[in-house]
Ligand binder design. Structure first.
Ligand SMILES: NC(=O)c1ccc[n+]([C@@H]2O[C@H](COP(=O)([O-])OP(=O)(O)OC[C@H]3O[C@@H](n4cnc5c(N)ncnc54)[C@H](O)[C@@H]3O)[C@@H](O)[C@H]2O)c1
Length: 259
């Protein structure tokens, strides 16, 4: 029988790397991809050393159709492509009046078009039963005025999940979305300084304290989430345990967005 292959985008990042490590328990081959070549190689070495799965990498910008095509050519050579996790994404706070059209476009290029291109390429070649997991965000349901671009791009990801669920259910391909809450990855590390710049009261507060304060104000369970929380939910959606679940959105956020 053909080896089963799962593709994880954004796999050099905080969530993508944890997801790749978790799904390595369930697939024969994990194909990790990102634009950060060195960091991606480190992920391959780390996960490959401790998992039974074969872990391979392929550098790909998910917003570039030609690179996405090349990625899937590689995946097809390796085995039966049955899983896709779209975790590549960019964020960044910006006020509505300051937001440049180019910032809007870049966020949509990666978060939304990238998810579409990957999912489109996936359904063309996937071997059923197969599953797509899109990493959206609680930003899709928050109405945050410094995340208008990001929130809209992630809300679009949820609707893309719905379209693929309806379009490919009878072909045995499921499509679901996860809305992670607050996880202290590079995305947050790069965003926290914006808070300090726009709030003089935070001038002497560390990045970690600012993040902890945001969590305290917003999360009913009063704690941040871990990359492993998102990885576990992703593994569930990819697995046959979720065989009758498609078109759904799961918040893994300690109760922040009550769905
Ligand atoms: N960290 C959080 O609190 C949080 C919350 C909600 C949603 N998310 C989402 O989770 C996903 C992962 O974020 P993270 O927290 O791990 O951040 P991260 O910055 O650690 O990881 C994101 C990864 O995406 C990669 N990437 C960026 N542009 C790319 C492109 N064009 N093609 C391929 N890869 C690209 C980056 O190189 C990086 O490795 C993102 O989609 C993010 O929006 C994160």
């Amino acid at each position: 029988m053909n080896s089963t292959v799962v593709i994880v985008t954004g796999a050099a990042g905080g969530l993508g790397s944890a997801i790749a490590a978790r799904v390595a328990d369930d697939f024969d081959v994990v194909l990790v991809t990102d634009i950060q070549e060195k960091a991606l190689q480190a992920v391959v070495e780390r996960i490959g050393a401790s998992s039974r799965a074969r872990v391979i990498s392929h550098v790909c910008d998910v917003s570039d159709p030609d690179q996405v095509t090349a990625l899937f050519e590689r995946a097809n050579q390796v085995g039966a492509v049955t899983g896709l996790v779209n975790a590549a994404g960019i964020g960044g706070f910006c006020g509505i009046e300051e937001l440049l059209p180019q910032q809007w476009d870049r966020v949509f290029e990666i978060n939304t078009k990238g998810t579409f291109l990957m999912s489109q390429a996936f359904v063309r070649v996937a071997t059923a039963p197969a599953s797509i997991v899109n990493i959206s965000s609680i930003g899709a349901r928050s109405g945050n005025d410094v995340l208008a671009h990001y929130g809209a791009s992630k809300a679009a990801v949820i609707e893309l999940s719905h379209s693929f669920a309806r379009g490919y259910g009878r072909k045995g391909i499921r499509s679901n979305a996860i809305m992670p809450g607050f996880i202290y990855t590079d995305m947050w590390r790069n965003s926290v300084p914006f808070m300090r710049e726009h709030n003089p009261a935070l001038a002497d507060v560390t990045d970690e304290q600012i993040f902890a304060g945001i969590v305290d104000q917003n999360v009913p369970m009063g704690r941040p989430q871990e990359p492993e929380d998102i990885a576990e939910a992703t593994a569930f959606f990819l697995s046959e345990r979720a065989k009758n679940i498609t078109g759904q959105t799961l918040a893994v956020d300690g109760g922040t967005v009550l769905t």
